[in-house]
Design a protein around this ligand. Structure first.
Ligand code: AMP
Length: 389
């Protein structure tokens, strides 16, 4: 990567500010963490810094407190969980800036977790004064919160201008490495599979990836907006009427790179277990809720020779079986492909888990929004702010 990595820093005796993503799901009025996956994902960077003689200041947002202190969005439960995982104490700061916090700063080998940065509206405003106050807490800055890298906030971007060095943590490094590979110089043939609900959410991704890949396979509800643009029957399937013209343009731009479903699983009701049939032409009064087996076969043919596969978005309403079959089949094809496989966060990640093939995927992105912006060709502010190598 063209940016400094935590491994390029001399951390001995330094105080390092690591922006982590502890935006964990909470229950019981904010007291109980229901999944600690994100805390575990940050352990390599935290352990690396401690093992190399640094004192560690950690910062994160949690939820959307909108600039107000909200005890239900306190990071205190994360400090307790992190202490268990690290096997050493983690001090919890009452705030993220100010003299009380400055009096608690960690010595080498110690860890201090700052309180939710979004308790201050200046965080999301990327306020320069607030960024400076955060920078006062450290010698060097590390950003390991890829999931927030598409936001130009004080703790993800602004702070970098006020420190001597700003580097990527292990998690950020891996995300940028794989997303750069697939968007700039992928092993070929390279195939992208895009699904999910709306064309409008993924216009930039479709445009940018169409330039990069050899084939672009489209499934999920967004396929029906493309089918409408081609004048094919879509019944009651989800179509974005105001994006049909755009879909026509995208079809023209992508040419025969773009591959649409050739059969569909249709139902009259949008619910799990609804009676359904597989068709090649969508009948009036029915909606297509999944790609059919012939489409899975066609996609498999395209993927068989691929050396690189990028996947974002489910092929159907995978939350409602049996309309998960197409998505699960695609997950299994990826797992057995032998290609470099990169899966964008969110629903595709869930589908990979449901199919039980997570360990066979080269890289599963931890940031849904951030990975979509990256695939769309945008420069992420949290990455741009890091020091060049
Ligand atoms: P996205 O957040 O854009 O990746 O879209 C994910 C959502 O798209 C999921 O909730 C799916 O249920 C939904 N989806 C996928 N295929 C279809 C379809 N054929 N009809 C309606 N919704 C769909």
């Amino acid at each position: 990567m063209a940016k400094l990595s935590i491994k390029d820093l001399d951390l001995q005796g330094q105080r390092v500010f690591i922006r982590v993503d502890f935006n964990v799901p909470l229950a019981n009025g904010g007291k109980e963490i229901t999944s600690d996956t994100r805390i575990r994902a940050s352990l390599p960077a935290i352990r690396y810094a401690l093992d190399h003689g640094a004192g560690v200041v950690l910062a994160s947002h949690l939820g959307r407190p909108d600039g107000e202190v909200n005890p239900e969005m306190s990071l205190a439960p994360c400090a307790a969980r992190l202490a268990e995982l690290l096997g050493r104490p983690v001090k919890m700061a009452p705030d993220c800036v100010g003299s009380e916090v400055e009096a608690m700063l960690p010595a080498p080998g110690e860890v201090l977790l700052l309180e939710n940065v979004r308790f201050h509206s200046e965080e999301e405003d990327n306020d320069p004064e607030f960024s400076k106050q955060l920078a006062r807490l450290c010698d060097v800055y590390v950003n390991d919160a890829f999931g927030s890298a598409h936001r130009a906030h004080a703790s993800t971007a602004g702070i970098a201008a006020h420190v001597s060095k700003a580097a990527a943590g292990q998690l950020m490094d891996k995300e940028v490495e794989y997303l750069t590979l697939v968007t700039q110089d992928p092993p070929r043939p390279c195939v992208a599979i895009l699904g999910g609900s709306k064309v409008s959410d993924k216009i930039e991704v479709i445009r940018n990836m169409a330039k990069v890949v050899d084939k672009l396979l489209i499934g999920g509800a967004m396929a029906y907006t493309f089918m409408r643009a081609k004048g094919e029957p879509t019944g009651n399937s989800k179509v974005e009427e105001d994006k049909v013209e755009l879909a026509r343009e995208l079809l023209a731009e992508a040419g025969d790179k773009l591959v649409l479903p050739v059969d569909h699983v249709v139902a009259k009701e949008f619910k799990a277990g609804a009676s359904n049939e597989t068709v090649t032409t969508i009948p009036e009064g029915t909606m297509a809720l999944d790609i059919g087996p012939a489409t899975v076969g066609k996609f498999a043919d395209e993927l068989r020779s691929a050396k690189c596969i990028i996947w974002n978005g489910p092929m159907g309403v995978f939350e409602k079986p049996p309309f998960d079959a197409g998505t699960v089949a695609v997950a299994k094809i990826l797992a057995d492909s032998g290609a470099v496989t990169v899966v964008g966060g969110g629903d595709s990640e869930k589908a990979i888990k449901v199919a039980g093939v997570s360990s066979k995927i080269t890289h599963i992105s931890t940031g849904g929004g951030a990975s979509l912006e990256f695939l769309g060709g945008r420069v992420l502010p949290g990455v741009a702010a890091l020091t060049d190598k």
